[in-house]
Design a protein around this ligand. Structure first.
Ligand SMILES: *[C@@H]1O[C@H](CO)[C@@H](O)[C@H](O)[C@H]1NC(C)=O
Ligand SMILES: *[C@@H]1O[C@H](CO)[C@@H](O)[C@H](O)[C@H]1NC(C)=O
Ligand SMILES: *[C@@H]1O[C@H](CO)[C@@H](O)[C@H](O)[C@H]1NC(C)=O
Ligand SMILES: *[C@@H]1O[C@H](CO)[C@@H](O)[C@H](O)[C@H]1NC(C)=O
Length: 394
């Protein structure tokens, strides 16, 4: 009789079950949760091979109205390379810790067939208000090239570090303007000879049909000017887009392979001549009157406009490899566990911010995990009490 009385009513048993499930399920499925870079040991790339990178940076140009303004073009060749930066944004440590603005010129005639003097100028990199109807951002970064009397003014942003070795580089960007220019996003490692150069490129020629893009593991030609066909692909923008429309252009450089995407759709993959050694990361717009770029008509201009830039990467220079990654540094140094706290920037609800996929690092128990363990004790006690009260445990 006693035991019959102790059999719990159906509603009580169900509510115990619900309590049990709700207590256990969050731990079992561990929904990715929004976190920040300081908590991430590494980042899992959503490519075929799930490549891992140890670093992540996000440069967001979408809401920089305080810095917006289109600077007048510097009209003389001599004044161009030394021109000041166009706003304080380019003095911020967020920017200068990663990028610098190119000011070199082509007087060395490195590209044998150039017919126009070209100089890069910091004056051609600026934050611009987005005035399109129904704008998808308040502002963006613009890189400008223009044909002036006697020379071509151009723009380049280059990574401070030359020691990137493998990366996934993404930009939401568009190319607009006149024929006769190239806009590019690439890795670069110089060499004594053309054959020594290592470089993985996205290039858009403004003279081309507006849906054609060029993907290349350089060099794509020999000293004799012969084309190396395996090194390069002409691809078209997916989804009927052309490159004057905003799209996410992505290049993954992984061991032995370069893979390109537009809006998450793979557009090309080249194993031949994939870069092998430490390289810079570069964006540019330029023209030199050579065969590749073509000539730009006097006073015409072309632009690469970028809403945001995101990069996941490894870097062999310790100074650039440990940035904002407290968890990995503690963990690696102390216990050699490598990548215990794994994040993703692909499956995130907030662009540029990582989610934590899982955290097996010992350091995770000390840091992120501690709160959860403490929270678990009362949950367990409550659960046992609930089960006792309904008689399930007796
Ligand atoms: C990046 O570095 C981490 C840690 O050394 C390593 O596990 C990972 O495989 C590297 N990624 C690539 C693409 O080599
Ligand atoms: C072009 O670059 C060379 C080599 O750096 C430099 O000596 C020269 O002054 C530059 N010319 C101009 C006009 O900036
Ligand atoms: C690729 O594009 C370039 C420049 O537009 C053109 O000269 C070349 O013939 C194209 N190659 C192929 C295989 O279509
Ligand atoms: C560009 O113009 C120059 C003359 O100003 C000419 O020598 C050169 O061949 C032209 N380049 C192309 C690709 O047409």
């Amino acid at each position: 009789m006693e035991s019959i009385k102790r059999i719990p009513s159906l509603p009580a048993a169900l509510s115990s079950l619900v309590l049990l499930i709700s207590a256990v399920v969050p731990l079992a499925t561990a929904e990715p949760t929004l976190t920040d870079d300081s908590q991430c040991g590494c980042y899992r790339n959503n490519d075929d091979t799930s490549t891992y990178f140890t670093n992540h940076r996000f440069f967001d140009f979408r809401s920089l109205a305080d810095y917006a303004g289109v600077p007048a073009v510097v009209q003389d060749l001599e004044g161009s390379p030394g021109a000041p930066v166009t706003s304080d944004y380019f003095k911020s440590t967020d920017w200068t810790s990663f990028w610098w603005l190119g000011s070199w010129n082509n007087s060395n005639n490195a590209r044998g067939d150039s017919t126009v003097t070209m100089t890069n100028s910091p004056n051609n990199v600026y934050i611009e208000a987005n005035t399109e109807p129904d704008p998808s951002s308040q502002t963006y970064l613009t890189m400008r090239t223009q044909r002036l009397r006697g020379f071509q003014t151009a723009a380049e942003i280059e990574s401070v570090s030359s020691d990137f070795k493998y990366l996934s580089l993404r930009m939401r960007a568009r190319t607009v303007g006149a024929a006769g220019a190239i806009t590019g996003m690439f890795t670069y490692r110089g060499g004594e000879t053309l054959a020594d150069v290592q470089e993985a490129d996205l290039e858009i020629r403004t003279a081309d049909p507006r849906n054609v893009m060029h993907y290349t593991n350089q060099p794509a030609y020999t000293d004799d000017g012969e084309v190396i066909a395996e090194a390069t692909r002409n691809a078209t923008m997916p989804g009927g887009l052309d490159w004057t429309a905003w799209a996410v252009h992505r290049m993954d450089w992984t061991p032995g392979l370069t893979t390109w995407y537009v809006d998450d759709e793979m557009t090309a993959q080249i194993a031949f001549q994939a870069p092998r050694d430490e390289s810079n990361v570069i964006l540019n717009v330029w023209s030199d009157g050579g065969k590749w770029t073509g000539n730009m008509t006097l006073l015409d201009a072309a632009y690469l406009q970028v809403q945001w830039l995101e990069i996941m990467y490894n870097n062999t220079d310790p100074e650039h490899a440990t940035k904002n990654s407290k968890v990995r540094r503690d963990d690696d140094a102390a216990e050699g566990k490598g990548c215990g706290a794994v994040c993703s920037v692909d499956d995130t609800p907030e662009l540029g911010k990582p989610v934590m996929l899982w955290n097996n690092a010992a350091v995770g128990v000390r840091e992120a995990g501690a709160g959860r363990l403490i929270a678990w004790v009362p949950t367990g006690v409550v659960l046992v009490m609930a089960l006792l009260s309904t008689g399930l445990l007796v």
